[in-house]
Design a protein around this ligand. Structure first.
Ligand SMILES: *Cc1c(COP(=O)(O)O)cnc(C)c1O
Length: 244
């Protein structure tokens, strides 16, 4: 049985190898350890092993762990990666350092309002990513961009929302996030990741005032392919913490 430290080292080595295959600097890829369904002690152990970016997909579940680890707050960066309901946006704005799962204009507006209410100590703006769905898989949240490169109206509708989101004073849009549909072969996710990167490149031209630096994509089953296609953040649970 491998230890957490060993599994973490193995994942970091795989991240570095994938980066080197495409001549990327491994230091430009941030590893977010996904600890949903694991208790706060596991997060503490991860922190001791050198992992400080933690991803949770539910506000309620994260709230208890963030409270339990309050003493380590300054050493941890909390990422909300799961779907966020508007009625939990206030809590999310208070608890998290970054929200990867902004998937509608309405949610962005509500988050912005609450990010203004809460006195954010570290930053005056809440970093967010826009979650996009380019595969059309019905079970995935995200702005619906299936077929965006062939159907201009889909892209234009999204750009109209983006334009409004970029006016929100308390949000700092840093890029895109996606979840590829599960497939037995990670190569099947490659066109999805490639499409999201292309979408990001288009947005960077269209909205040059912001950097669109981050691409949050890749999980246990497909993170190496995601890195080869430009991921700057990978969200990894099972490969580090074991099966849930
Ligand atoms: C659970 C989850 C992950 C991590 O999944 P693993 O397959 O355990 O690596 C990544 N992103 C999101 C949005 C998740 O919900």
């Amino acid at each position: 049985m491998e230890t957490l430290t060993e599994r973490l080292a193995a994942v970091r080595e795989r991240i570095a190898a994938a980066a080197r295959r495409v001549n990327r600097d491994p230091a430009t890829i941030r590893l977010v350890g996904v600890t949903k369904a694991h208790p706060a002690e596991v997060i503490r152990a991860a922190l001791d092993a050198g992992l400080s970016d933690i991803g949770e997909n539910r506000v309620q579940e994260a709230e208890a762990k963030i409270a339990a680890l309050a003493a380590e707050r300054h050493r941890l960066t909390w990422h909300l990666i799961g779907h966020l309901q508007t009625n939990k946006a206030k809590k999310a704005a208070m608890l998290f350092d970054m929200v990867h799962s902004v998937d509608s204009l309405r949610l962005a507006q509500v988050l912005d309002r609450h990010a203004a209410d809460v006195h954010r100590v570290a930053k005056d703006r809440l970093p967010v990513l826009l979650q996009v769905n380019v595969s059309g898989e019905a079970t995935k949240f995200g702005f619906d961009l299936c077929g965006w490169d062939e159907q201009p109206d889909i892209y234009e509708r999204f750009c109209a929302d983006v334009e409004q989101i970029l006016t929100l004073p308390r949000l700092e849009v840093r890029g895109l996030m996606t979840i590829a549909p599960w497939a037995p072969d990670p190569e099947q996710a490659r066109p999805i990741f490639r499409a999201v990167r292309r979408l990001r490149d288009d947005l960077a031209q269209r909205f040059p005032a912001i950097a669109w630096r981050e691409l949050s994509m890749g999980m246990t089953d497909d993170f190496e392919v995601a890195i080869e296609e430009g991921a700057t953040m990978v969200r990894i649970g099972r490969a580090i913490f074991g099966e849930r």
